[in-house]
Design a binder for this molecule. Structure first.
Ligand SMILES: Cc1ncc(C[n+]2csc(CCOP(=O)(O)OP(=O)(O)O)c2C)c(N)n1
Length: 680
């Protein structure tokens, strides 16, 4: 057939289309249009190019495939089932149902072969960039002449929505700059989104934009021209120095006589009548539903044998590598398994007690550089704030085109893409990625943090300038609601260490933690390095909250609970209270999430339920602290935006002083009416 179409290929492509149509119709919800339009390019990619082994979805050198337009999930589920992943037809029939492996949007590894969770548009785009970065880094780090054990592509299908979202602009710009030649995206240019034609809001020259980013761009005007798609993907693979965008003109809802090219087919079932008309139009039997013609299945299932062959062939190559470079091979295996080398933390310093102390961001920088030599695949950077966030690794250079083995990432002022890219790096495996910016700008990357938490990824965020303590930059830069907002994300562990030694413990925890991302909230300003001969050891941090200073056996009359930079204020207040004869306990609450995980006995030991006089002190919104101080406690928080002034003035003006805390405590105990600076 002209146009690169032959009847057998059409049968295979229609199999994908009709599985999507039937599943969405049965679920009575979902997005049939995108899979119908993009089926041809997906078929070509998955049957002619994608290097994967359905029997081993985690084979490390597989090509990665990202369906960035996650709403088209049935496209991916169909491909996974058809090519032989452990995803049954039953699962496709249970699309979007409770307990199925086929949720509305793909969730990473819920169905084997789903590389990443997608759905929030643009995220997959950036995540794929992260995967490509990971491939480059690991290839540079582990490959040796004649031994390419890391050598794969990252493919994706991206949509209008993906390309509209800001995160994709950021990620595309960085991918072009980094010359990620093994990143290949097929753009499902169907010109329809939810509200209608893209003419409503998206009219720029997309190809021109990507050209300007330094991508290699090809344009295909017929999304069903298989030969053209094959040629384009080949060309993209041959292009070593630029990421590729293949703009493929497709038709949403392809084959539906009344709904093709309309927004109606984007996000709702075709409806029984239109399903019939579509099947008739494409020459598909009306009954039964979920038909998979045997010969089509056989074609897709070739992936099984091909995948096995390719992995076998890789295993042979790996054995040769192992022979030639046993130490590297060991390191590679360990890195890919996520295990840490023995003694990885042995150079973490103990910071001596020091009243002047240091900022926890500075301690963090010291710790990063103490562990980096032992953790060869710890890699990260900042969104253009490294001099402030102290995240540079000494002795290594910038990760850049042609220098992909280096470990300092320069994300540029692109927090959101940084978040998505970190997810891709973690998903790829083999590395421990971290990213940094000011805590206040965590807002700019929140959607990616949320996905990292949903996927349980090992990503570390270094968020510095974590309060009004940053001073003169003023309220735009002073995080107020951010700790609460991050704590609201399930699965994210937020840690706010109180001094240098706790910062070291926080890093130790983060590196050893496999239960989701970790956010470190660190100060710009110096904090005293606490005297651990006087106060409880810093490793109490791993329990989330611990008694840092106590009553010497007496029943506490009041408990002061503080985090991060407010802990030393609480300790100072406790000294003053003791001088007044008060039995006071100070609880250092570095991480709510970790504390909440502790057994009830431990929690009740730290915060005995019958002691109601409690004061929480934190330079953030008080939201949530009531949980720890109870009805009769007090919260000294920041329930307004900050101000521009030297930080000592701000702490004074906003009442974060030992005297104010003492007043609150005494007031609570009913001994004295509180006389508080700033209180009317
Ligand atoms: C960040 C984000 N915003 C909004 C949505 C809701 N949404 C889902 S699909 C879609 C339209 C996307 O159009 P397009 O990407 O062209 O997909 P197609 O119509 O081709 O299926 C929107 C707005 C989303 N999933 N993610």
């Amino acid at each position: 057939m002209g146009n690169g179409k032959n009847a057998f290929d059409q049968l295979c492509i229609n199999t994908i289309r009709m599985l999507a149509v039937d599943a969405v119709q049965k679920a009575n919800s979902g997005h049939p249009g995108m899979p119908m339009g993009a089926a041809s390019m997906a078929y070509v990619l998955w049957t002619r190019f994608l290097k994967h082994n359905p029997a081993n979805p985690r084979w490390p050198d597989r090509d990665r495939f990202v369906l960035s337009a996650g709403h088209g999930s049935m496209l991916l589920y169909s491909l996974l089932h058809l090519t032989g992943y452990d995803l049954s037809l039953e699962e496709l029939k249970n699309f979007r149902q409770w307990d199925s492996k086929t949720p509305g949007h793909p969730e990473s590894f819920l169905a084997p072969g789903v590389e990443t969770t997608t759905g929030p548009l643009g995220q997959g785009f950036a995540t794929g960039v992260g995967m490509a970065i990971a491939e480059c880094f690991l290839a540079a780090h582990f490959n040796r002449p004649d031994h390419a054990i890391v050598d794969h592509y990252t493919y994706g299908i991206v949509s209008d929505g993906d390309l509209m979202e800001g995160i994709s602009h950021e990620a595309a710009s960085l991918a072009g700059h980094l010359k990620l030649g093994k990143l290949i995206y097929l753009y499902d240019d169907n010109r329809i989104s939810i509200e209608g034609s893209t003419d409503l809001a998206f009219t720029e020259d997309r190809a021109g934009r990507f050209n300007a980013y330094g991508w290699h761009v090809q344009q295909l005007d017929d999304g069903n021209d298989l030969e053209a798609i094959i040629r384009a993907i080949r060309t993209a693979r041959d292009e070593a120095l630029r990421p590729s965008l293949i703009v493929v003109r497709t038709h949403i809802g392809y084959g539906s006589p009344n709904k093709q090219d309309t927004a109606a087919v984007h996000g709702e079932p075709l409806g029984a009548d239109e399903v019939t008309l579509t099947k008739e139009n494409l020459g598909w039997p009306l009954e039964p539903t979920f038909i998979i013609p045997e010969e089509a299945l056989a074609r897709f299932r070739q992936a099984f044998q091909e995948g096995k062959n390719r992995e076998d062939e890789w295993n042979v190559r790996f054995q040769a590598y192992e022979k030639a470079h046993p130490q590297l091979a060991k390191e590679w295996k360990r890195a890919m398994s996520g295990a840490l080398p023995a003694g990885w933390d042995k150079d973490i310093p103990i910071f001596p007690a020091d009243a002047k102390g240091m900022a926890t961001r500075v301690a963090s920088g010291t710790v990063i550089n103490a562990i980096a030599p032992k953790l060869a695949t710890l890699i990260g950077g900042s969104a253009d704030l490294a001099p402030s966030t102290k995240t540079l690794i000494k002795g290594t250079d910038d990760f850049k085109a042609g220098h992909y083995g280096q470990r300092n990432m320069r994300f540029g002022v692109r927090e959101h893409a940084m978040g998505g890219i970190l997810n891709g790096m973690a998903l790829h495996g083999g590395m421990i990625p971290y990213g940094s910016t000011f805590l206040v700008f965590s807002d700019y990357m929140r959607p990616s943090i949320r996905l990292a938490a949903m996927m349980g990824l090992k990503v570390i965020y270094v968020f510095t300038h974590d309060s009004i303590g940053l001073g003169e930059d003023g309220p735009t830069h002073q995080p107020i609601e951010h700790l609460a907002s991050l704590r609201a994300i399930p699965g994210l562990t937020v840690i706010r260490p109180a001094d240098a030694n706790e910062t070291a413990e926080a890093w130790r925890f983060a590196i050893e933690h496999y239960g989701g991302p970790v956010a470190l909230a660190l100060t710009r300003q110096n904090l005293p390095t606490l005297d651990r001969a006087k106060y409880a050891p810093a490793d109490g941090l791993s329990r989330g909250a611990y008694i840092i200073s106590d009553t010497g056996g007496k029943r506490p009359e009041v408990i002061l609970i503080a985090s991060g930079s407010e802990v030393h204020i609480a300790l100072e207040a406790s000294e003053k209270l003791r001088q007044k004869g008060t039995a006071v306990r100070v609880v250092n609450m570095t991480s709510w999430e970790l504390f909440d995980l502790q057994p009830r006995d431990y929690r009740n030991g730290v915060l005995p339920p019958d002691i109601a006089a409690r004061v929480a002190i934190e330079t953030g919104v008080s939201q949530g602290w009531d949980r720890y101080v109870g009805d009769r406690g007090e919260i000294l928080g920041m329930n307004r935006f900050g101000a521009s002034a030297p930080y000592k003035t701000l702490f004074e003006k906003f009442g974060f002083t030992a005297d104010h805390v003492v007043g609150k405590a005494l007031g609570l105990m009913g001994r004295e009416k509180p006389k508080l600076s700033g209180d009317e």
